[in-house]
Design a protein around this ligand. Structure first.
Ligand code: SAH
Length: 349
């Protein structure tokens, strides 16, 4: 595969060009085009045709062979289904909130973590994405949206699509720094959330990176016994170690931790579970986000009933835990991560 220019920082493109004997203003022009989310060298009309042809021989601008967009009829949510250059599939979701646009990106084609309720686990692991491929999800969405909304800008990024971001640590860190670069998307760390199933060693590493993003932990169970049963990662990094890593992260970055908790009927949604959860989180500056579990075909998990969800929420509130119930967007377009990749793999098999 050709070298994808979105894998590089502006200064690296400067070096690539000077190694080829090109004047520095050419690198500057290319960087401006990358800043504008160009996907084709033919757009670069301020570059000589011969140079564009040379560049095209050696470099790629588009990380995707194909992009399918699915627009929700219920709200502004748009789901993007991407085919990478080697045929792997990933997904990203564009969400429209009152404070702006947020994009949920995939960090791997597939996932190795094996969470029992998750559609991404069901069809296995393909490969890690490069930093430029993750960035290209933002590029492709911006290019698509600017066709109708010329001043479109991505305000927030959440790393909550397919894959475990901390299992692709180096590429994901480079992606974060690229997305934050003023010459690329200029998105501040405070507008970035990274969601992990709890790779404790990598959480400790992330705390040292000086990127004050919001760390979101996919918790989903209040005891090791229950968490072991639905999230295999818990056998490697049990709850006590995970919560310790969260305390350290909070202390080092000053950022409040966010916990994702999918309510599954009869599994983790009792008042007792809520009390155990409140105990586990006591004294930690955190926020609990309750999610109605998305029912994935083939998995035995059912969404908790409304009254059970209220009881659970009230119990947490009584224990002084900050809690919200996540709004469901894009319910009609399988916006939950992994659902489309899984459908595509099933068709292919
Ligand atoms: N690997 C990372 C990020 C990707 S998953 C992580 O585990 O956090 C994004 C979020 O969706 C996680 O909180 C995950 O636990 C949750 N999720 C996965 N399948 C789900 C389902 N069927 N219903 C509700 N949430 C689900």
């Amino acid at each position: 595969m050709k070298h994808l220019l979105y894998d590089d920082f502006p200064a690296e493109i400067g070096r690539l060009f000077s190694e080829r004997g090109l004047p520095s203003f050419r690198a500057k022009q290319i960087n401006e085009w990358l800043g504008k989310c160009a996907l084709d060298f033919s757009q670069m009309t301020n570059l000589p045709i011969a140079l564009r042809e040379d560049l095209m021989q050696e470099f790629d601008l588009n990380a995707f062979r194909d992009v399918t967009v699915i627009q929700s009829k219920l709200d502004d949510t748009r789901k993007y289904f991407f085919t990478l250059r080697d045929g792997e599939h990933i997904e990203a979701v564009l969400l429209h909130y009152h404070h702006g646009y947020s994009v949920c990106v995939s960090t791997q084609a597939g996932c190795k973590m094996g969470c029992k309720f998750c559609a991404s686990s069901a069809c296995g692991f393909g490969r890690d994405l490069t930093c430029g491929e993750i960035l290209s999800e933002l590029v492709a969405i911006t290019a698509d949206m600017r066709k109708t909304t010329p001043d479109f800008r991505i305000g927030h990024i959440v790393l909550m699509g397919i894959g475990e971001p901390l299992d692709n640590y180096d590429n994901v860190l480079r992606f974060l720094r690229l997305a934050m670069d003023e010459e690329r998307f200029g998105i501040g760390a405070r507008n970035i959330s990274l969601s992990t199933c709890g790779l404790v060693d990598k959480i400790a590493k992330l705390a040292e990176e000086n990127i004050p993003l919001t760390l979101s932990i996919s918790l989903h169970a209040p005891t090791d016994l229950k968490r072991d049963a639905i999230m295999p990662v818990n056998r490697r990094f049990p709850l006590a170690a995970l919560i310790d890593a969260c305390r350290d992260y909070d202390r080092k970055t000053g950022r409040r931790i966010s916990f994702e908790y999918a309510l599954i009927a009869g599994e983790n949604d009792s008042v007792e579970d809520a009390k155990t959860l409140a105990n586990l989180l006591r004294g930690l500056d955190c926020h609990v986000n309750l999610i109605p579990v998305n029912e994935v075909p083939g998995a035995p998990y059912r969404t908790a009933r409304e009254n059970q969800r209220l009881l659970f929420t009230n119990t947490l509130e009584k224990c002084k835990i900050n809690v919200t119930v996540r709004r469901t967007l894009g319910a009609d377009i399988e916006a939950a991560c992994g659902q489309l990749r899984r459908a595509a793999n099933n068709t292919a098999n």
